[in-house]
Design a protein around this ligand. Structure first.
Ligand code: T46
Length: 316
């Protein structure tokens, strides 16, 4: 995955995407309604310092979404962000990747101080996406000039991130995800020789370790997992690279939460039957797992409906 400037070959895909009105975030985010109009629009905006539009593409350079900084105000050092991702790649990590990359561009390249964005209240999927990544909603803190631009539109929920916020890890400041604890693995840094992280069974994690396994050499975009365990307890962490973990405790017929693991000192303790899926956001990322028991296939629930039935039966 990467973001890059818009190219002519993106226009058809982009036209289809921009014609889906329910996907637009900002009220003024409507794009021209023809491929030619779009081409003209992006040619003009390439010359306009207050607009930056990027395509989110996969490893084969195929267009998957659009992420933009608009109304870039270099006096007030702020910009508005908007993002649209093709529904056929939802839940594959493109939206989060595009967000992080454009925020890096805003803060590191453009030297902005604040990036704001909003979503319509009746777009629960988008609201959930930003909340689950730990972004706070704003009420009164939206700059007046921005708020007034949208006529105090009360159908919008506003979010913001500031330059020094640790936005990539903001979700990690949560303590739990889908009933699983997010733990800080003890880490000893050195000045010029890296860092050493460690944990001890029963002391730092709530079980004795009988098995350690790791998953490596996975291509970008590959998914693994798709199962839960009945009794096994595990600590999962990513010492190298970037992996998205989707966890679902099965409540209310399914309750997916996502977290991106890209910090070797963050671990997820899964000590209940929780459905898990892993998406490799960067090739060669490594997932390491410390487990409470030896491998036995009998402990796996590899069918989602069986998992839901199982959690229902153990909850009663
Ligand atoms: C989990 C996630 C995070 C073994 O023979 N011994 C082992 O210790 C393990 C873990 C697996 N295997 C065999 C079973 C399969 O034939 O290795 C093969 C691949 O396992 P699986 O398809 O379950 O791999 P993932 O990546 O989907 O899931 C793994 C773990 O199995 C699972 O416990 O929680 O990682």
């Amino acid at each position: 995955m990467r973001i890059r400037s818009i190219e002519k070959k993106d226009l058809n895909e982009m036209f289809n995407l921009c014609s889906m009105p329910e996907l637009s975030c900002l009220p003024d985010c409507s794009y021209p309604t023809s491929v030619e109009g779009l081409q003209h629009f992006f040619e003009n905006s390439a010359l306009d310092d207050s607009e930056k539009h990027f395509a989110i593409v996969n490893a084969d350079d195929e267009f998957k979404g659009l992420v933009c900084l608009r109304h870039i105000n270099s006096k007030e050092n702020r910009a508005l962000l908007s993002i649209i991702v093709n529904p056929n790649v939802w839940s594959k990590g493109y939206a989060w990747f595009g967000m992080v990359e454009v925020l890096k561009y805003a803060f590191n390249t453009l030297n902005l101080e604040q990036v704001y964005w909003c979503v319509k209240k009746d777009n629960p999927r988008a609201v959930r996406f930003f909340r689950k990544h730990g972004f706070n909603t704003l009420d009164k803190d939206i700059p007046k000039s921005i708020f007034e631009q949208w006529n105090n539109n009360h159908d919008l929920i506003w979010f913001a991130v500031l330059k020094n916020d640790d936005y990539e890890n903001i979700a990690l400041s949560r303590k739990t995800i889908s009933d699983c604890n997010i733990i800080k693995i003890k880490t000893v840094p050195t000045i010029e020789a890296g860092a050493l992280s460690f944990f001890e069974g029963t002391k730092d994690i709530p079980f004795d370790i009988k098995r350690v396994y790791f998953i490596s050499q996975v291509p970008e975009g590959a998914r693994r997992g798709f199962h839960a365990h009945k009794n096994l307890k595990q600590l999962l962490f990513c010492p190298y690279g970037k992996i998205q973990l989707v966890l679902d405790n099965g409540e209310n017929g399914g309750n997916r939460e996502e977290i991106t693991l890209n910090d070797p000192s963050i671990g997820i303790v899964i000590d209940k039957p929780v459905w898990r899926e892993m998406l490799w956001l960067e090739k060669n990322s490594v997932l390491v797992v410390a487990a409470s028991d030896f491998y036995t296939e009998d402990d796996y629930l590899r069918n989602y409906d069986d998992f839901l039935k199982y959690v229902d039966s153990v909850r009663q």
